[in-house]
Design a protein around this ligand. Structure first.
Ligand code: GDP
Ligand code: GDP
Length: 437
């Protein structure tokens, strides 16, 4: 299971610069899908064979002029609570700042492994600036220069050492894992309670699946489902608590543990940026997704309402074009149980295997009906295709020059392979690889 490492520090110390440095360095392999969203707050990193998700908490405060107050402060504190290790950044040029001391105190209370980094040490002659920070009572400080890439390797070695302990237990069994996500007040807890209180269902809690999540097992139509991290959602909270508690890392963790995510949108309010941010995580993680327009009872009555809504969803959340869109009212219960029919359909496609001969016929036809542009004067050829994974279906296409396939052509192949294979409701991945001799 994946670990989460948060970069924390007051504004302008260099968090985003460090984030970019680590997620873009050559030794750390990054699984990033550009173009999905403007917001870049996390990236997957591999270092010495260990994987973790790196979170830039600086991204949380991008639109806030008052740093370390209110919601932003809540965000940073929950980030600290929910990560497995923290990189705390100081500014070596500006020296120790009262806000550094406050953040340090919070970190000590949290009891998480912390690495203390003094940034902007671009030259060995600046290293004397580091000593001032020992006043915080820290044993070890790492001088780094995020912008020049100095000292980063030591930090990465130390982080991965912390992460090599405390592995989480493996997810059990093959039961479909489902999560309900959405911004505060869209109706997540109403929906889950509605599902679980229905007397058709057998419910049992399964605590301890991971360190802090409590899942719930339920059965619908004889089919078992594991609802991810339901405890925190079922409890009723005040609006203020909800704002404080909405946690990007929590959402990421739930997505990572799910096969299929129900993304709830408030139909009365329409789509807002936070919906798109969550949607983009689901897309980047290649999870199955169903977009649920909740509070449909409040939607204004108008002709073609559903199709207009679906158009709006497709327009604003382009990268989840495969996600079925449903309407529900958690309040009246209308449409709630039909969610499971769609979940089953998506699940079937998410786990589908396409026989190799059929797959190859499809790829040949797709390449023939519209050839890729020549690469340095050479024809780009597709030799062979194979499915290498399910959840989601992942196809490798062996070609002579993978570097010669433009993104637009990848998209073309993807858009053709979906209808051809019947995989219209699941994410699908296609990887172009050089044919081995
Ligand atoms: P954040 O608000 O903590 O995310 O900080 P940023 O990453 O946006 O950096 C704030 C400013 O510090 C920018 O102007 C960066 O170019 C600069 N900066 C970041 N790292 C370094 C560094 O290692 N050396 C120097 N000299 N400047 C840096
Ligand atoms: P959460 O923060 O996403 O868990 O949202 P809640 O389930 O706590 O719902 C927030 C508010 O919206 C509550 O007052 C609910 O009663 C209300 N609500 C939830 N679903 C619906 C719905 O389908 N229709 C209407 N009219 N209200 C709803």
């Amino acid at each position: 299971m994946k670990s989460y490492v948060a970069i924390v520090g007051r504004p302008n110390v260099g968090k985003s610069t460090l984030f970019n440095r680590i997620t873009r360095s050559r030794k750390a392999i990054v699984d990033d899908y550009p173009g999905v969203t403007r917001d870049r707050i996390y990236g997957d990193v591999e270092w010495d064979g260990r994987h973790f998700a790196l979170i830039d908490t600086g991204g949380f405060s991008a639109h806030d002029s008052a740093p370390f107050t209110g919601i932003i402060r809540g965000q940073i504190l929950t980030a600290i609570q929910e990560s497995d290790a923290v990189l705390l950044l100081f500014d070596g040029r500006e020296g120790l700042n009262p806000m550094d001391i406050t953040i340090c105190e919070h970190l000590r209370l949290a009891g998480k492994p912390v690495l203390y980094l003094v940034n902007k040490i671009d030259d060995p002659k600046h290293e004397s600036a580091v000593s001032e920070f020992y006043r915080l009572g820290i044993d070890r400080l790492y001088p780094i220069s995020a912008s020049h890439g100095l000292g980063i390797g030591d930090v990465m070695d130390a982080v991965t050492k912390h992460l090599s302990h405390g592995e989480e237990p493996q997810e059990p069994g093959d039961v479909l894992r489902l999560s309900v996500l959405g911004r505060p007040n869209v109706g997540k807890s109403s929906l889950i309670n509605r599902i679980l209180d229905s007397d058709r269902l057998v419910v049992s809690s399964i605590p301890g699946t991971t360190r802090d999540a409590i899942d719930t097992m339920c059965r619908v139509g004889g089919q078992p489902y594991q609802l991810i991290d339901t405890a925190g959602i079922r409890r009723k909270k005040s609006v203020y608590q909800k704002l404080e508690k909405f946690s990007v890392i929590k959402a990421l963790k739930a997505i990572d543990r799910s096969h299929i995510v129900l993304l709830l949108i408030d139909a009365a309010q329409g789509i807002v940026d936070q919906d798109i941010t969550i949607a983009s995580y689901i897309a980047k993680r290649h999870r199955g997704c169903i977009i649920v327009l909740n509070k449909w009872d409040l939607a204004p009555k108008a002709p073609n309402l559903v199709s207009n809504y679906v158009d709006m969803v497709r327009e604003r959340i382009k990268f989840l074009s495969f996600a079925p869109v449903l309407t529900t009212s958690a309040l009246t219960g209308k449409g709630v149980m039909k969610i499971f029919n769609i979940v089953n359909e998506v699940s079937q496609q998410y786990n589908a295997r396409i026989p190799t001969p059929r797959l190859n016929t499809m790829f040949q036809e797709i390449f023939m009906s519209h050839e890729p542009p020549r690469h340095r004067g050479r024809l780009v050829r597709c030799y062979y295709a194979a499915q290498i994974a399910v959840r989601p279906p992942t196809f490798v296409c062996f070609v002579n020059t993978p570097e010669g396939i433009p993104v637009s052509y990848e998209r073309y192949v993807l858009n053709r392979i979906r209808p051809a294979s019947g995989l219209t409701k699941t994410p699908v991945r296609i990887i172009f690889r050089k044919r081995k001799r």
